[in-house]
Design a protein around this ligand. Structure first.
Ligand code: ZN
Length: 102
């Protein structure tokens, strides 16, 4: 994974590279993906996923691998599939977030 440049904009203002995301298991098999500021420990949540959404993410990764090798004329169909999957994933993350953060 590419390191992501982040700034602790909610707390100490420290700038740093995020090398690893942390994961916590919460209720209802929901997983929180987040990172913390190495300076002050402030937590930044990236997203929440439930079981179903994680399966969709895996399918999307698989699809991206497939898209690298496929013939151009078959790409359109896969792109439609990709955008459907992204929509489902973002819906899934939104409802998991709602469940946790209320
Ligand atoms: Zn900080």
């Amino acid at each position: 994974m590419e390191p992501i440049y982040a700034k602790c904009n909610k707390s100490c203002g420290h700038k740093f590279y995020v090398q690893h995301f942390k994961k916590d298991k919460l209720q209802n098999a929901i997983e929180k993906t987040y990172f913390t500021c190495p300076n002050c420990g402030r937590e930044y949540v990236c997203f929440y996923t439930d079981d179903h959404t994680r399966k969709l993410q895996a399918t999307l990764r698989e699809l991206h691998r497939e898209m690298k090798w496929i013939e151009k004329d078959e790409l359109e169909g896969l792109k439609r599939k990709e955008s459907d999957l992204k929509q489902l994933i973002s819906n899934g993350m939104a409802s998991a977030k709602k469940l946790i953060e209320g």
